[in-house]
Design a protein around this ligand. Structure first.
Ligand SMILES: C[S@@+](CC[C@H](N)C(=O)[O-])C[C@H]1O[C@@H](n2cnc3c(N)ncnc32)[C@H](O)[C@@H]1O
Length: 349
């Protein structure tokens, strides 16, 4: 049996001041005054990410190159699969008319668009992300939806000099666990939150807590070496899986009254796939790197074992065609901006 190790992205570290600084400085001009900047109505030009420095340079490269292939190839399936969790997060954020909302690590902008709808014409939604290609798609979607109270910015949320106390609401779906320095990032985000503001974000729980991660990985591990989870707090997919760590980070960033809870939903695998397609989804979409070194005999064996492992999750009751539904678990954190006990000076709401 061959063994394969997950190849981690090896990103070259390149140097320049370039684009992010420009994005910050670009905010002059005759635009409309909102949120974090004075809007010119134009997004920054495509970023030469190979020439970026700063704490997020690896992430910038990842989210502009290798890291986005998965999201671009399977955008609709991923969105459909995660829709129940997205709905829950948006409900918890409880955006109301007239609020100004910031979506951190907005990706294709689905949450930003929903926030823009909820805050309405007297409110505003800003989506920020490191990935220029994803933001292009986000802008297309916002235009197609006919929204005028929405903008996207290609900036690093960890270090960007946002306008102080500009937003009532900060939201993130799986966008905050990549920060190189999470305390610094949340202290920075905190400065753009108003006195009566709140932050609500979701991040993935440990992989063994989610059926749709643990079960396929366990199948693969019967045939191939699967790398152990990275240590808690390592920036990445599971960087914010530990509720205690999240509390410590938010506390160190100056927040009080932090609430962290589990958010669990049954998700339709691949957006709604039947048994054979769901098994193939895991093999070719979710864990292809692990299988890269498996020969065709082993791959077929893994496929057969995967189908058997998924069979109990086929929903023949609610779904006549037998779509596979599997639970996925997030950590959902909420903090309010109330911190006079920490001696920080806060503006009026
Ligand atoms: C897993 S994707 C989630 C995208 C989107 N929120 C969603 O739910 O589909 C994580 C996103 O966070 C963005 N991101 C990571 N670090 C960031 C940072 N420091 N500043 C802004 N965006 C960041 C990435 O570019 C990527 O688009």
């Amino acid at each position: 049996m061959e063994s394969a190790r997950l190849r981690q992205q090896q990103h070259s570290e390149s140097v320049d001041s370039g684009y992010l600084k420009n994005a910050i400085l670009r905010s002059g001009g005759q635009g409309q005054q909102i949120g974090c900047a004075q809007w010119t109505g134009l997004r920054a030009p495509p970023h030469d990410h190979a020439r970026t420095q700063g704490p997020e340079r690896r992430q910038i490269k990842f989210w502009n190159e290798a890291g986005i292939a998965y999201y671009f190839s399977h955008r609709e399936a991923i969105r459909a699969e995660r829709a129940p969790l997205t709905r829950r997060l948006i409900e918890k954020a409880a955006a109301t008319a007239g609020e100004r909302a910031l979506d951190i690590g907005c990706g294709f902008g689905d949450v930003t668009i929903e926030l823009a709808r909820l805050v309405g014409p007297n409110g505003f939604a800003l989506g920020v992300d490191l990935s220029a290609p994803m933001l292009e798609k986000a802008e297309e979607s916002a235009r197609a939806a006919g929204l005028r109270n929405i903008r996207f910015e290609n900036i690093d949320a960890q270090t960007h000099a946002f306008q102080e106390h500009a937003f009532e609401l900060l939201v993130s779906q799986s966008g905050v666990m990549f920060f190189a320095d999470a305390v610094a990032a949340f202290a920075n985000l905190r400065s753009t939150l108003r006195r009566d503001g709140r932050i609500i974000f979701a991040s993935w729980q440990w992989r063994e807590r989610s059926q749709s991660i643990a079960i396929p990985l366990n199948v693969v591990a019967q045939f191939i070496d699967v790398p152990p989870p990275r240590p808690p707090g390592t920036p990445g997919q599971f960087g914010f899986a530990d509720p205690d760590l999240i509390r410590k980070i938010l506390d160190s960033a100056g927040f009080v009254e932090v609430t962290v809870e589990d958010m669990r939903e049954k998700l339709p695998v691949g957006g709604g796939l039947t048994l054979d397609d769901a098994a193939e989804w895991f093999l070719s979409v979710e864990v292809p790197t692990l299988l890269a070194k498996a020969d065709s005999a082993i791959r077929s064996e893994i496929g057969r074992t995967m189908r058997n492992a998924l069979r109990p999750y086929q929903d023949r009751i609610r779904s006549s065609n037998g779509v596979c539904n599997m639970a996925r678990e997030c950590v959902c954190a909420r903090v309010n901006q109330i911190s006079s006990t920490k001696g920080l000076s806060l503006p009026g709401a």
